[in-house]
Write a protein that binds this ligand. Structure first.
Ligand SMILES: Nc1nc(=O)n([C@H]2C[C@H](O)[C@@H](COP(=O)(O)O)O2)cc1CO
Ligand SMILES: [Zn+2]
Length: 157
């Protein structure tokens, strides 16, 4: 049999990365993939606008007047993955390409997810990150970092 097949971690983080490629955000593309205890994918998502909010009618910038930026409008990848879930998430695991913010952390905890596996932690010096870690520790949600490298999928034009 083949020996160089990808691991479960590479597989599910790969799915999260593929999902991130659907993001319209020019700044940061985030993907999340939730699996149950039987290693079945039960939720998937990426950062994007709410249904009905057209991608070309809302701002994608990150500076200036709050209402002229993406921040009040975008749904985070983790929230979309939870909202897209096909089953109860108690005891499930979230693979996410970027460490969750404090707001998504609340949703993660309340949904019953007990483990987070993330790759990037580029906002680790932020207050939001500090708050997220404080809640995760108090709620006994485990988190660990993995690096699976680049997933390449060239756009066909
Ligand atoms: N964990 C996260 N999941 C997410 O889906 N996001 C989204 C919100 C924005 O669309 C984008 C961050 O934009 P920027 O500030 O890096 O240009 O990523 C952000 C974080 C960061 O905590
Ligand atoms: Zn978030």
């Amino acid at each position: 049999m083949r020996k160089d097949y990808i691991t479960w971690d590479q597989y599910f983080m790969g799915v999260a990365k593929l999902s991130a490629m659907r993001s319209k955000d020019p700044g940061t593309q985030v993907g999340a993939c939730i699996i149950n205890a039987g290693k079945r994918i039960v939720g998937i998502g990426y950062n994007g606008l709410p249904q009905g909010c057209k991608d070309d009618e809302f701002p994608w910038g990150n500076e200036g007047d709050f209402l002229q930026t993406k921040y009040p409008f975008v749904v985070h990848a983790e929230a979309n993955a939870i909202l897209n879930a096909t089953t109860n998430l108690k005891g499930s695991t979230m693979y996410v390409t970027l460490f969750p913010c404090n707001e998504c952390t609340k949703l993660i905890i309340q949904s019953g997810i007990t483990e987070i596996i993330y790759e990037s932690n580029k906002y680790q010096s932020s207050k939001e990150h500090e708050a997220a870690v404080k809640m995760l520790k108090a709620s006994h949600v485990n988190f660990r970092q993995i690096q699976v490298g680049e997933l390449r999928y060239d756009k066909i034009t």
